[in-house]
Design a protein around this ligand. Structure first.
Ligand code: BES
Ligand code: MN
Ligand code: ZN
Length: 512
């Protein structure tokens, strides 16, 4: 489909290979150029001396290396004391840019010794960043601009090797997941119908060795899934609810449910949206796409879980058959909802998906949706809102997001919000008052999680994609794949040691 990933590997030799070598230097640390080989180190030392390059922040110096047009770029990182993870990311970005501008096919990156680069999470971020450097959604571009950068080699201090080996595998798996999420997400809505996503999901499930179950019209009706049926009623592309079971062979392990909103296009329905930027509502399927990306990454890592993905797929269109404001529908768990605005459709499809997922009794349930504009108003476009009644789960997800370099912020599930969503002729209504829209929506969802205590809702409306034509690269981002895979990995590590006891304790608590 789109461009391949850059192949990234950990340097094995003492001397770094690559058409373009990028070497980071702190201003307060003696530079050690041994990674450049004898000749390279000599040139680097001589040039640094000649131009008085001492690792000043943002300063660079270019050194030709041998005959074939290879170059070394020294990048100043400033004082090591003020160096942050954000600056580490910018350094890698700069290395990619410099490889690109010198048309190099391979990049050699020397990672300097600093806390901002050390540890598995840092390794994961660097490998992911490099792997995704050339991503472009190109199926509809007549002339595919060929990817220049094909491979990268990363050199790290010898003591970090072990950690970087595991971090690099994690980063590579996450990058594969992110590409899948982006490709699916960027596919335009005239192609990416619910049925099309089902076809993709079937193909991937087969490859993962996962089983897949797809609910269509009659089955949705039989299960009284009135939410997703209502939302899909106005579209020629009928709704589908998908469940994918990954790792079911490892019986006995805890089940983690991942639920995604997959509105392939959100016009708002009868409560139609304004025309401006409506094209961006093709990215209203990013929750479902993120869940598929998470499965892609998870299938490449041996995790001791059974993952169950639930994708709520529908297109929200205005039509003679569309659902309307005033309709009252019954959802899969029996709750009735009065529709006050057909543009609040995400919570309606999720009501049925969450109810189904909850009835399968998972240990943890995490749901992803581009649910509200209000969440973007609150947190801006780069961070997602996190809602969970479980402090443990919330803490775990916030930590995982931080480690992944993805912004996540906890928002409240106060009872006032639920009051707001209660109906007069139905259990619930799908619209609250003017204020706290993201929280009202989360409170609504809380009515469909059944007995699952450890659930979380991530409102990813902001970070899931970059719209408009501003300075950031337009398109799906793959947000939430990295944070979730990080969370799963951490959970797996604790699961294998402390968790059986913790689980027993939880069960005991529940019984009381
Ligand atoms: N898909 C939208 C939310 C959205 C907005 C996603 C902006 C990405 C960017 C959702 O279905 C929606 O329309 N929400 C309404 C809810 C309102 C009618 C209660 C909104 O946010 O205005
Ligand atoms: Mn909507
Ligand atoms: Zn929507």
């Amino acid at each position: 489909m789109a461009r391949r990933l850059v192949e990234v590997e950990l340097s094995k030799g003492r001397v770094l290979a690559g058409d373009k070598i990028v070497h980071g230097l702190f201003s307060d640390t003696e530079p050690d150029f041994h990674r450049l080989g004898a000749e390279g180190a000599r040139s680097a030392r001589a040039l640094a001396k000649a131009v008085r390059f001492a690792g000043e922040e943002d300063r660079t110096a270019e050194i030709p290396l041998g005959a074939r047009g290879r170059t070394i770029t020294l990048v100043g990182l400033g004082k090591s004391a003020g160096f942050t993870e954000e600056k580490a990311r910018a350094f890698v970005e700069r290395a990619i840019d410099s490889a690109r501008s010198s048309k190099a096919a391979s990049l050699g990156l020397v990672v300097p010794e600093h806390a901002a680069f050390s540890g598995e999470a840092a390794a994961e971020r660097i490998f992911r960043q490099l792997a995704l450097a050339e991503y472009l959604f190109d199926p509809f571009l007549p002339r595919k601009p060929g990817a220049r950068l094909k491979s990268a080699t990363v050199a790290v201090p010898a003591a970090w090797r072990r950690v970087y080996e595991s971090g690099s595998a994690l980063g590579a798996a996450i990058a594969e997941g992110v590409v899948l999420t982006r490709d699916l997400g960027n596919t335009p809505p005239n192609q990416a119908s619910p049925e099309w996503i089902v076809r993709q999901a079937r193909g991937h499930a087969k490859r993962w060795g996962a089983t897949i179950r797809v609910l269509a019209g009659p089955e949705l009706k039989r299960r009284q899934m009135g939410g997703i049926l209502a939302v899909g009623a106005g579209s020629k592309n009928p709704p589908r609810l998908v469940r994918i079971d990954l790792g079911s062979a490892r019986r006995g392990g805890p089940v983690i449910a991942l639920v995604g909103k997959g509105i392939t296009f959100d016009t708002g329905g009868i409560s139609i949206k304004p025309a401006a930027q409506m094209d961006e509502m093709k990215w209203d399927k990013m929750g479902a796409c993120a869940v598929l990306g998470i499965l892609e990454a998870a299938s490449r890592l041996a995790l001791p879980f059974r993952l169950r993905a639930y994708l709520a797929l529908a297109e929200n269109m205005p039509d003679g058959a569309a659902f309307r404001p005033g309709d009252i529908v019954r959802c899969a768990n029996g709750k009735t909802v009065e529709i006050l605005n057909t543009d609040a459709e995400g919570r309606m499809v999720l009501a049925d998906a969450l109810a189904w997922a909850a009835s399968d009794k998972p240990e943890v349930m995490i749901e992803y949706s581009t649910l509200t504009g209000a969440c973007v108003v609150a947190l801006g476009p780069t961070g997602a809102g996190l809602f969970s009644p479980s402090d443990d789960l919330a803490r775990g997800l916030l930590d995982a997001a931080e480690a992944a370099g993805e912004r996540l912020w906890r928002l409240p599930l106060w009872p006032e919000f639920l009051e707001e969503m209660k109906g007069s002729h139905s259990d619930l209504k799908n619209l609250g008052g003017r204020w706290g829209g993201a929280c009202n929506a989360a409170a609504f969802l809380s009515q469909f999680v059944g007995e699952v205590a450890e659930w979380a809702h991530l409102d990813i409306a902001g970070p899931a994609y970059v719209g408009g034509d501003g300075p950031r690269k337009r398109g799906a981002t793959g947000y939430a794949v990295a944070l979730t895979v990080n969370w799963l990995r951490t959970r797996a590590a604790t699961e294998s040691t402390a968790a059986p006891a913790a689980r027993a304790l939880r069960r005991q608590r529940k019984r009381r």
